[in-house]
Ligand binder design. Structure first.
Ligand SMILES: [Zn+2]
Length: 232
């Protein structure tokens, strides 16, 4: 299993690693800073270098066997199993994903309805809410600005299912119920704002989200409002 360095420190931009497997166009490493697509967040892109070679990492996905696959761009040479490599993120893109992902948590705390879907993109993101009421775009944008201005700390911690079972009040305060069966759960906490299980990459403070604006609100059925947000 690849050591997922991005889970404990989402600000790591690069790392050294050893190639443990090469499958088709996918590189599997012993450790990585690359986030594989999941939870509505795109997979990371960037580059890998070794000896005097350099290749592009176009995307990162989970393989069917659960491995983290760094997908190399067309025509690139591949490192071999056992090679020591250095991987580096397209940090500008990833950092926007982190701002967007964190902004989605803030949006979910402003609109306290069930979330039925969502998608994160560097330019535009959306959440689908199980709600019938119209959305006041200006009011939501202002509420988001307040949360950003509050500069609240954002932390992640792992908790075992046993620890969670011993603290039922913790589960009650969560906006989303934790998935069971994996032994431990990663909790995201935005101090005073949100507590929920989440495996994504977040900022360390809400201030880093910066200017965020509610865009189009689409009516996708009687009980579904799709709220788009943009970073300015
Ligand atoms: Zn999250």
């Amino acid at each position: 299993m690849t050591i997922e360095l991005f889970r404990d420190d989402s600000y790591l931009k690069e790392c050294d690693a050893t190639v443990v497997d090469v499958k088709d166009d996918a590189l599997i490493l012993d450790r990585t800073v690359f986030y594989p697509m999941g939870g509505g967040q795109p997979g990371d892109s960037g580059s890998v270098s070794w000896n005097n070679h350099h290749a592009t990492i176009a995307d990162t996905r989970y393989g069917e066997d659960g491995s983290i696959q760094h997908l190399l761009g067309d025509g690139d040479v591949f490192p071999a199993v056992g090679d020591r490599v250095h991987v580096a993120l397209d940090w500008e893109r990833r950092y926007r994903h982190m701002r967007m992902h964190t902004a989605m948590h803030l949006l979910g705390s402003v609109l306290r309805y069930g979330v039925t879907g969502g998608n994160i993109h560097a330019d535009k993101s959306r959440l689908d809410f199980d709600m019938e009421e119209p959305v006041d775009k200006e009011a939501v944008t202002a509420a988001l600005a307040d949360l950003v201005a509050a500069d609240s700390a954002i932390t992640c911690r792992w908790i075992s299912e046993q620890e969670l079972d011993a603290q039922p009040e913790l589960v009650r305060t969560m906006s989303v119920q934790p998935p069971r069966g994996k032994g431990r759960i990663r909790l995201l906490e935005i101090a005073g704002v949100d507590l929920q299980p989440c495996g994504g990459t977040h900022l360390k403070s809400t201030a880093e989200v910066g200017l965020v604006r509610v865009g189009k609100v689409e009516k996708k059925g009687k009980r579904n409002r799709r709220v788009n947000i943009h970073l300015d």
